[in-house]
Design a binder for this molecule. Sequence first.
Ligand SMILES: N[C@@H](CCC(=O)N[C@@H](CS)C(=O)NCC(=O)O)C(=O)O
Length: 225
Amino acid sequence: MYTLYLGNKNYSSWSLRGWFATKLSGAPFREVGVQLVGQGRNPANRSFSPSGFVPALHDGETVVWDTMAIAETLAERHRGLWPAESAARAWARSISAEMHSSFQALRSEMTMCVRERLDVRPWSDALAADIARVEEIWSESRRRFGRGGPYLCGAASLADAFYAPVAFRFQTYRVAPAGEAGGYLATLLAHPFMREWEHDAVAETIVIEADEPRTLYRDKLAARA
Ligand SMILES: N[C@@H](CCC(=O)N[C@@H](CS)C(=O)NCC(=O)O)C(=O)O
């Protein structure tokens, strides 16, 4: 049985990706919750994750860290995690890699905080550009590869795991994409894995100030009041 080390569910977007991917594999796994510090690499995590980051997946002596490695390792071992058709699979890998390596404004200006709801418009230009790119990816995915089901490439795949935290961010910051992208957002938020994660996340009571939207936007919200 796998063991998955993961951070606070309310805040840890990378943990959600790794968890969603592991759930998608259908394999049984044990969760080990790790308290986030919120200041980057945590040396205290190095006993189970060489990078000092969560998530990390253990299978006996085999340790896999970083969500992309976790996703690819699971895909090698379990069927159907990437789309079966070659062009769809290349697309799914590309949009997942893009999410893994880009979207800095989205990460820093729309921190994941599942329990929160607020609107901080106007967004910065960089954030608006990241949001527009997500919406484009979602619409294009649905238009080009979505025929076999309601997710990015039809049936739920690892690509949805990579965009799962974005759905919670959009819900928190009241981003409401139009058309296909909006339909996909609602579908992803209703996925049983997302409901399960949300249920656990909102039950958490620990507050990490650095990741709190109302801390991040304190001045803007105060100026508005
Ligand atoms: N590139 C890594 C990023 C992982 C990451 O940044 N994890 C954060 C939590 S979301 C972390 O472990 N932070 C340590 C801490 O805050 O204590 C991945 O894909 O897994």
